[in-house]
Each structure stands twice: as structure tokens, then as C-alpha cells.
Design a protein around this ligand. Structure first.
Ligand code: URA
Length: 250
């Protein structure tokens, strides 16, 4: 019996997703590192890339053919919504119109830096979900030069009108410049934290999302996330994390 047209050989699907040549992907399957819908895959398996849940080393593989994942460096003054009633530029003005993507979370109008845009609903959902605790790192240029007591407060948690903030990583990079890493995603959180300790923010730039950063990406530029970056993000949001050092497959 011939296989239905929608089914592709697993090694072909993996190779297309960037895991290496078909031969390399056959080896991954033979080494039992690949599962399809929870079952260890075997050579000869075929899958429907639009519906199958394929994991490599326990990390969800981005196999659907129409999925795109962009890393965008948002300039200040650009809104993180699909449409702006006031006619301002939105983040969607900077990436291809098709396939249609949406921002993963949001940055304030005046905040700059890294933002993921994708049509991968499950990954976006996981990245935004507070329970997954994905780290977001910011450089904050503040008014004044925060002293150790203020930095300690930011680290331990500050009282905001919607409750205490979770412990954060905070380092003084230089006078008036802080590196702040949080894993919550409350509205205007970093600005409100710095306000709360008496050091309002003058400039805020997001420099990392999970294990993904790119100091060479200029404001207004975007690029596709690489497979190793996607693997790191999928690992970061996984309830059952895979190996701590994901395979660099591209
Ligand atoms: N925290 C803020 O205050 N603003 C952002 O845009 C992101 C995090």
C-alpha cells in the first residue's frame, strides 16, 4: 500500500527543519533520539508535518513547513501591536506581510531591543506563560547612580501596585546603567521597578530572551531564528527539559 500524500519521511521532515542532511537525520532516528507523538521513532516512519508532534532529544522540533520565527530589534517609538489607531509604525511594518506573524509579548512604545515575531502559536504561548519563567534581560539607563541598597531591593523584590516582584538578577554595569534580568512579564515591569527604588528609566533596551541575544542586529532589522536558538527556546519553556547543552545542529 502506498503512503497517503500528506505523509513525509521523518528524515526528510527533520532535514528540512535544519537538523542536518537526511543521512544525519537517519542517524538521529536510529540512535532513538527522535519521538513522534510520544513514541520512539523508527527508520521508515512517515509523519504529517502539520500535525505530528516530533521531538529531538526531548525538545519539540519546528517541523511545520509554514512556521516562521523572526528575531526583531525594535526601535523606540514603534508600537508592538498589529494595528495602531493613531497610525504609528508597528512592529509588523518591519517584517514580511506573509506569512502573517504576531509579536510574542510586548515592549513599551519607547522600549528598544529584542522581540520575537512568529506564527508558531504553541511556542508563543509557552514563551509568554508566566509559569515557564523564561528570562528576559534588559539594559536600563536610569536617573542617578543606584547604590547597593537600591540594587538589593531590585534583586530581592519591590512592592508594585500589583504585588511584589519576584527576585531578579541585577548588576550595575557602570554609573546609571543597570543590567536587569526578570522572568515575569508584567506590564511596564522594569520601568515600575526602577521607579519604585527612585531611579526612573531614561532608556530601556531588551538584550536577551531566554538563550537568545544578538548584539549585531541593528534597530529595525530582523532575521530568522536559527535552529539552535529555537531549540534553546523550546528547551527553556519545556516542562521536561532536554539536555542542558542542546545540540548545535545548524
Ligand atoms: N519592562 C518595561 O518596563 N517595559 C518593557 O517594554 C519591557 C519590560
Amino acid at each position: 500500500m502506498t503512503a497517503p500524500a500528506a505523509l513525509d519521511r521523518l528524515q526528510k521532515v527533520l532535514a528540512r527543519a535544519g537538523y542536518g542532511s537526511r543521512r544525519v537525520c537517519e542517524d538521529l532516528i536510529a540512535e532513538q533520539r527522535v519521538t513522534v507523538n510520544g513514541q520512539v521513532a523508527t527508520l521508515g516512519d512517515r509523519v504529517d508535518p502539520s500535525t505530528a508532534r516530533v521531538e529531538v532529544d526531548g525538545v519539540l522540533a519546528p517541523i511545520a513547513q509554514d512556521l516562521v520565527h523572526y528575531l526583531f530589534n525594535k526601535p523606540s517609538g514603534v508600537v508592538t501591536t498589529a494595528m495602531d489607531p493613531q497610525g504609528r509604525k508597528t512592529v509588523l511594518n518591519f517584517v514580511p506581510a506573509t506569512p502573517r506573524v504576531f509579536p510574542v509579548g510586548r515592549l513599551d512604545l519607547m522600549t528598544e531591543g529584542l522581540l520575537i515575531l512568529t506564527n508558531d502559536g504553541p511556542l508563543a504561548h509557552d514563551l509568554m506563560h508566566p509559569s515557564r519563567g523564561v528570562e528576559k534581560e534588559y539594559l536600563a539607563q536610569v536617573v542617578g547612580d543606584p547604590q547597593p541598597a537600591a540594587i538589593r531591593s531590585l534583586r530581592e523584590g519591590v512592592a508594585l501596585d500589583d504585588g511584589m516582584t519576584a527576585p531578579a538578577k541585577v548588576a550595575r554595569v557602570s554609573e546609571s546603567l543597570l543590567r536587569i534580568t526578570i522572568h515575569e512579564g508584567r506590564n511596564r515591569q522594569v520601568r515600575r521597578m526602577c521607579d519604585a527604588v527612585g531611579h526612573p528609566i531614561e532608556r530601556l533596551v531588551r538584550t536577551r530572551i531566554g538563550g537568545v541575544g544578538d548584539a549585531a542586529l541593528k534597530p529595525g532589522q530582523y532575521r530568522e531564528l536559527t535552529l539552535p536558538e529555537l531549540t534553546r527556546l523550546a528547551t527553556a519553556v519545556s516542562r521536561d527539559p532536554g539536555p542542558s547543552e542542546p545540540r548545535e545542529a545548524k
